[in-house]
Design a protein around this ligand. Structure first.
Ligand SMILES: Nc1ncnc2c1ncn2[C@@H]1O[C@H](COP(=O)(O)OP(=O)(O)OP(=O)(O)O)[C@@H](O)[C@H]1O
Length: 562
C-alpha cells in the first residue's frame, strides 16, 4: 500500500474531488436522503409556530384576562406542532438510517470489487490488514458524513433564514443581532475543521497500520513462538496502540475545542438578545420607538437559540466531514487514485463457443519497482485445442507468463492475443484455500456445480483418493483453523476447482509437482480424456507433463531474448 502523506494538508481541488466522490456514493440512497433532509428542515421550521404558540399562550394567560378559553387556541397549535415534530423526527431517523446503511453497503461492496478488479498481482502487493481497514474503520468513518453532515448542511441553508425572517418581522433589532453574529460560527468551524482533517487522517492511517501489523503477526504466531520473539512483538503492538491512542486524543481534542468555541459564541449572542429585551422592558433602552409586547420578546428569545442550533449542529458535523475526507484520502492512497465504485456484479460468463488459440508477440513483462523486465521479446503461439508445455529453469519466468496469460499482468510491451469472452482458469503454485469444506472451495469457480460434476472434477484431479481418507470426505473443513492439506493435495484441490469452471483456456502451474509418478500418470491420463474443447498452457519441470503436451516451449535465458 502506498504510504499516505498524512501530514500533508490537501489542496482545495483535491478536497473538492474527494467530496464529490463521497456524494457520488449516495446515488442509490438519494430518495431516503431527500426524505431525511426534508424532515430535518421542516422540523427546524416548526420552531417558528412552536415559539409563536408558547409566546401567544403566555401572553393570553397573563394579559388577555379571558381565562382558560384564551389558552385553548395556542395550546391546540402547540400540541399539533409537537405531534408533527415527533412524527417527522421518527420518519427522518428511519430514512437517515436507511440512507446510511445503503450507502455504506455500496461503498463496502464497491471497494471489494475495486480491489478485485485491480487483479491478483496488485492484491499480492497489499497488506491484507490495511485492505480490511478500508472496508471497516475507514468506511465507518464516512457514515456520519451521510447521516449528519449533509443533512445539517441542508438545515443550515433553510432553517436560520426562515427564523431570521420571522424574528425580523417581530423585532428588527434582534434580527440585526442574529444576522451580525451568525458568520462567527462558520468562520471558526472552517478554521478548526481544517486541522481536524489532518488529525483524522493521521488517526486512520495509524489504525490501518496497527491492524495490518497485528494480522500479519497473528498469521506468523507459530514462527514468533519458535524464534522467541513474543515479548518484542508484544512491545511493538503496545507501541502501535499507544500511537492510535495519542492520535485519537488529538482528534477528540479538536472536536471538543470546536464545540466549546461555538457554544460560547452562541451563548454570548443569545445573552445579547436577552440583555436588550431586559433593558427595553425596564425602560432603560428604547431602540424600537414602539412599545415591546411580552409575546414579541418571548417569541424572539425562544427562537434565538434555535437560530444558532443548526449552525452548531453543522459545526459538530463539519468535524465528521473532515473525518470522512480523511478516510477518502486513505482510500485514494491505497488505490493510487479514487476508485470508481461499481457494486453491480459483472457478467463475465464466456460466450465463446470453442477452445481459443493464443498468440503472444514481442512480450515484455516487468514487476513494479524492479529495474529490468523479468521476460523480454517473448513470442509463441498455441493453436486452438492444443497443449503447450512451458519449460525453463526455476526463476526463469514461467509463473509470471501464466499470470500474464490469465490477465493479471499488464504487458510492458508486446501483446497477448486471446479471443474476448474466453473462459480462463488458472491453477497456481500456491493456491489459496479458504476456511470451509473442500466442496465449498471447489464451488468458488462454479457455485451451481452439481454433485456429479464435483465427483468428475475431483476424480480427474486426483482429489478423491486423499479426500476419502479424510474424516468427512469432501465435506471436511480445511484452510484457516481447518484440516491441513499437503502442498500436493492443495494443488489438486486447486486443479479440480479450475476444471469445474469448464475452462476454454486452462493454465496450469506445475500441476504434478509433489506427486509420485503413479499419481502423476493417473492425473495426466484422466485430464487427457476430459480436456477436449480446451487449450492448455502448463508450466512444468516434469518430463511426463512435457510428453503429455502437444508442444514444448522453453523460456529464454534472462537477457538472451526469444
Ligand atoms: N512480485 C514480484 N516482484 C518482483 N519480482 C518477482 C515477483 N514475483 C516473481 N518475481 C521474480 O520473477 C522471476 C520469475 O519468477 P517466476 O515465479 O515466474 O519463475 P518460475 O519460472 O515460475 O520459477 P519456478 O520454476 O521456480 O516456479 C524470479 O526471479 C522472481 O524472483
Amino acid at each position: 500500500m502506498t504510504p499516505p502523506p498524512p501530514g500533508a494538508d490537501p489542496s482545495g481541488p483535491q478536497r473538492r474531488l474527494r467530496s464529490r466522490w463521497l456524494d457520488a456514493q449516495l446515488v442509490p440512497a438519494r430518495a431516503h436522503h431527500r426524505v431525511a433532509t426534508a424532515c430535518q428542515v421542516v422540523t427546524g421550521w416548526l420552531w417558528i409556530p412552536q415559539a409563536w404558540a408558547i409566546a401567544w399562550g403566555v401572553d393570553a394567560a397573563l394579559f388577555a384576562g379571558r381565562g382558560a378559553a384564551a389558552l385553548q387556541a395556542p395550546l391546540v397549535l402547540l400540541a399539533g406542532v409537537l405531534l408533527l415534530r415527533v412524527l417527522l423526527g421518527w420518519v427522518g431517523q428511519r430514512a437517515s438510517a436507511d440512507c446510511v446503511e445503503a450507502t455504506l453497503e455500496r461503498v463496502r461492496i464497491g471497494l471489494a470489487r475495486a480491489a478485485i478488479a485491480r487483479g491478483p498481482l496488485w492484491l499480492r502487493g497489499q497488506r491484507s490488514g490495511e485492505l480490511v481497514a478500508l472496508s471497516t474503520s475507514h468506511t465507518d468513518a464516512v457514515a456520519p458524513y451521510y447521516g449528519g453532515y449533509l443533512m445539517a448542511r441542508a438545515e443550515v441553508a433553510c432553517v436560520p433564514v426562515a427564523i431570521l425572517c420571522a424574528v425580523f418581522a417581530a423585532d428588527w433589532i434582534v434580527g440585526l443581532v442574529l444576522l451580525m453574529t451568525a458568520p462567527l460560527a462558520p468562520v471558526f468551524m472552517m478554521l478548526i475543521g481544517m486541522g481536524a482533517e489532518t488529525a483524522g487522517r493521521r488517526q486512520l492511517s495509524a489504525l490501518a497500520r496497527a491492524g495490518a501489523h497485528f494480522t500479519d503477526r497473528l498469521r506468523g504466531l507459530d514462527l514468533i513462538h519458535v524464534y522467541g520473539r513474543g515479548d518484542a512483538e508484544l512491545a511493538e503492538v503496545g507501541a502501535a496502540t499507544e500511537t492510535i491512542r495519542e492520535r485519537s486524543m488529538r482528534v477528540l481534542r479538536i472536536a471538543f475545542l470546536s464545540s466549546a468555541v461555538l457554544e460560547f459564541f452562541a451563548s454570548v449572542s443569545v445573552a445579547l438578545v436577552a440583555v436588550y429585551f431586559g433593558f427595553t422592558y425596564l425602560g432603560m433602552l428604547d431602540l424600537r420607538g414602539t412599545p415591546l409586547a411580552l409575546s414579541t420578546g418571548l417569541f424572539c428569545l425562544l427562537l434565538a437559540p434555535e437560530f444558532y442550533a443548526p449552525l452548531r449542529r453543522l459545526a459538530a458535523h463539519y468535524h465528521d466531514r473532515s473525518n470522512a475526507l480523511a478516510a477518502v484520502a486513505e482510500i485514494e492512497a491505497a488505490f493510487g487514485g479514487l476508485p470508481v465504485l461499481d457494486p453491480a456484479p459483472r457478467d463475465d460468463d464466456a460466450h465463446l463457443p470453442s477452445a481459443p488459440s493464443v498468440a503472444v508477440t514481442g512480450l515484455a513483462l516487468r514487476y513494479p519497482g524492479v529495474a529490468a523486465p523479468v521476460l523480454r521479446n517473448i513470442a509463441f503461439e498455441v493453436p486452438a485445442g492444443t497443449r503447450l508445455a512451458l519449460l525453463g529453469p526455476s526463476g526463469s519466468g514461467k509463473s509470471t507468463l501464466l499470470d500474464a496469460l490469465a490477465g493479471w499482468h499488464v504487458p510492458e510491451t508486446g501483446s497477448i492475443s486471446i479471443p474476448p469472452g474466453t473462459r480462463v482458469a488458472l491453477a497456481g503454485q500456491r493456491p489459496w484455500l479458504f476456511h470451509g469444506s473442500i466442496a465449498d472451495n471447489l464451488r468458488i469457480g462454479a457455485p451451481d456445480a452439481g454433485a456429479e460434476e464435483i465427483e468428475t472434477a475431483t476424480r480427474i484431479a486426483q482429489v478423491l483418493p486423499f479426500a476419502e481418507r479424510l474424516p468427512r470426505g469432501l465435506d471436511t473443513v480445511i484452510g484457516e483453523r481447518g484440516f491441513g492439506l499437503s502442498g500436493g493435495e492443495a494443488r489438486r484441490v486447486a486443479l479440480a476447482r479450475a476444471l469445474l469452471r469448464r475452462p476454454q483456456l486452462l493454465l496450469l502451474d506445475e500441476p504434478t509437482a509433489f506427486l509420485d509418478p503413479r499419481t502423476e500418470a493417473a492425473l495426466l491420463e484422466a485430464l487427457d480424456a476430459h480436456l477436449e474443447n480446451c487449450t492448455v498452457v502448463v508450466a512444468t519441470h516434469s518430463d511426463a507433463v512435457a510428453r503429455w503436451a502437444h508442444a514444448v516451449w522453453t523460456v529464454p535465458e534472462q537477457g538472451g531474448g526469444a
